[in-house]
Design a protein around this ligand. Structure first.
Ligand code: C2E
Ligand code: CA
Ligand code: CA
Ligand code: CA
Length: 287
C-alpha cells in the first residue's frame, strides 16, 4: 500500500498491510505446518431427511496455528492452492478422513442398526488436475481397507464448469471404482443443467443460499419452485440431493417436503471432533 517517493500513500491502509503481512506469514508457515501436524479435521454429520439418521460426515480441515489459534479453511486453503501445498495437504486430509471412517466402522461393528458411515472429502481444483489423484486415492483405500463406496469426493460446480474430457477422466475413473462424486455449492455457478448428464456425479449439494431462502415461512414462492425444479431434475437423472447450511427445523421440514434426500447444518450439529460424530450416530441408532 506504500508508494516510493512522497508520503501521499504512507498511511494508506495499515489494515491492508497487516492482512498482507499475515497472508505472507501464513503462506511461508504452511509447509512446516503440515510437517508439524498443525492441521486437524472436524466432522459434520450428514443426516437423512426422511428418518433423521446420521449417514456420514463431511471432513472440514482446520489449522491450529501456534500464534493465531484455530484458522478456518477460508483463511488458508486459497494460499495452499496458490503455492501448490494443497496437493500434499489434500492427500493428508483424504487419508485421515478415510482412516477415521474405518475407525467409526470398527467402533460401530456391534451396533446392528448402524450402517457404515460414509465420509465426504473436499477436493480443490488443483487436486483434480494433479496426475496422482486416482492412484493416491486407490492407495489410501487399499491401505485402510475402506470400500470405495464409503467415500464421496466433493468438487465445486465452478471447478467443473466447461471441464473438458481430460479433467473429467480421473473423476470418471474414481466413479467407476464406486467412489461417489458430489457437485458442491450447486446453484452458485452458471452451469448448463443439461451438462449434468456429462459429469460423473451422483450427488448434488445444493448451496447454502437456497437453504437460507427457506428461512422465512412461507418461503419465497420462486425459490420454492427453483429448488423443486432442481430436485426433480436431479432425481430424474438418478442424482441424490444434499442440502447444506440447515440451521432451523423449519428449513429442514421445508427441504424434506421439497424432496431433498440428505441435510447438513448447525440444526443437526456444528463440525466437531470425530468422537462427537460417533456419539451422535450411536444415540441416533440406539435411541
Ligand atoms: P463447503 O465445502 O461448502 O463446506 C461447508 C461450510 O459451511 C463449512 O465451512 C461448514 O462449517 C459451514 N457450515 C456448515 N453448516 C452450516 C450452517 O448451518 N450454517 C452456516 N452458516 N455454515 C455452515 P468451513 O468449515 O469454514 O469450510 C469452508 C470451505 O472450505 C468449505 O466449504 C470448503 O470449500 C473448504 N474446505 C474445507 N475443508 C477443506 C479441505 O479439506 N480441502 C479443500 N480443498 N477445501 C476445504
Ligand atoms: Ca463441501
Ligand atoms: Ca458446499
Ligand atoms: Ca461453500
Amino acid at each position: 500500500a506504500k508508494s516510493a517517493g512522497g508520503n501521499r500513500f504512507e498511511l494508506a491502509d495499515p489494515e491492508a498491510d497487516a492482512r498482507a503481512i499475515t497472508r505472507h506469514g501464513l503462506t511461508t508457515a504452511l509447509p512446516t505446518a503440515l510437517e508439524r501436524g498443525e492441521f486437524f479435521i472436524e466432522y459434520q454429520p450428514l443426516v437423512h431427511l426422511g428418518d433423521g439418521s446420521v449417514r456420514g460426515a463431511e471432513a472440514l480441515v482446520r489449522w491450529l496455528h501456534p500464534q493465531h489459534g484455530v484458522l478456518g479453511p477460508d483463511r488458508f486453503i486459497p494460499l495452499a492452492e496458490h503455492t501448490g501445498l494443497i496437493v500434499p495437504l489434500g492427500r493428508w486430509v483424504l487419508e485421515q478422513s478415510v482412516r477415521q471412517a474405518r475407525e467409526w466402522r470398527e467402533l460401530h461393528g456391534g451396533v446392528e442398526a448402524l450402517g457404515p458411515l460414509r465420509i465426504n472429502v473436499n477436493l480443490s481444483p488443483c487436486q483434480l488436475t494433479h496426475p496422482g489423484l486416482v492412484q493416491d486415492t486407490v492407495d489410501i483405500l487399499e491401505r485402510t481397507g475402506v470400500a470405495p463406496d464409503a467415500l464421496c469426493l466433493e468438487v465445486t460446480e465452478s471447478a467443473l464448469i466447461g471441464a473438458d474430457d481430460d479433467l473429467l477422466k480421473p473423476l470418471r475413473r474414481l466413479a467407476e471404482m464406486g467412489v461417489d462424486i458430489a457437485l458442491d455449492d450447486f446453484g452458485t455457478g452458471y452451469s448448463n443443467l443439461a451438462n449434468l448428464r456429462r459429469l460423473p456425479v451422483s450427488i448434488l449439494k445444493l448451496d447454502r443460499s437456497f437453504t437460507q431462502s427457506m428461512q422465512q415461512f412461507p418461503a419465497d414462492p420462486v425459490d420454492l419452485k427453483i429448488v423443486e425444479g432442481i430436485v426433480s431434475l436431479a432425481h430424474s437423472l438418478d442424482l441424490a440431493v444434499t442440502v447444506e447450511g440447515v440451521e432451523t427445523g423449519a428449513q429442514a421440514e421445508q427441504l424434506r417436503i421439497l424432496g431433498c434426500d440428505t441435510a447438513q447444518g448447525w440444526y443437526y450439529a456444528r463440525p466437531g471432533p470425530p468422537e462427537r460424530l460417533h456419539e451422535l450416530a450411536l444415540v441416533d441408532a440406539t435411541g
